[in-house]
Design a protein around this ligand. Sequence first.
Ligand SMILES: [Zn+2]
Length: 232
Amino acid sequence: MTTGVTERLYYTNTRLAIADAQVMEDAHDGGDRYVVLDRTIFHPQGGGQPSDVGEIRTADHTFTVVRLTETSRDGVIRHFITTQTPDAAASLVGRAITMEINLEARLTFARLHTAGHLLANIVEEECPGLVGRRGHHFTGGQAFVLFDGVLPAKESLTALKTTLETRLAALIAENRPIATHADGARTVGIEGLKAYPCGGTHLEHTGEIGAVTVRSVKIEKGKELKIGYDVR
Ligand SMILES: [Zn+2]
């Protein structure tokens, strides 16, 4: 069976935790089994955001989704699966499945990722010579956003940290709507702030982010500003 672009249900609904789909391909890459679905609620790692975790179920078997990869060339998402059931080797092609993600983990990822957008907007406004380059929105005290361009003076970093925390708290308290547009390239925009191209999962209002702490503000390798942060 030929496979086409995987429809990404998470593009329009961050909170959709269970949905049905059809298996288009069931194959192996190295020794690892994967399926391609006509549509998915699983976000594959990318854009600084980790992959979702969850499972795929048929009428007879349950499979754990252990890893997701995305081929940017053809827009196909591979769901790598394992199962404890010994008789689950038969091809799933053409079968209807139910997929379910861990919603709590998804929302934690979306909170960290959306906070990263907010932080990028604020830093670019506060330090007009800086441009957000990339983010890493993983859990466990690892989240950061990196900027390059005209770096602020080292002596100003403590004051910048305070400004960022104050402005983050204000924008979150204002509960601003967040709009995702998918006409052509997908973009995400927080009301009143600059929009960015992004394929990630976002919340609908800044208030859903919760409290953000800025963990660290430092200049690395003499050429990048790195802002570490956490959501609580
Ligand atoms: Zn995003």
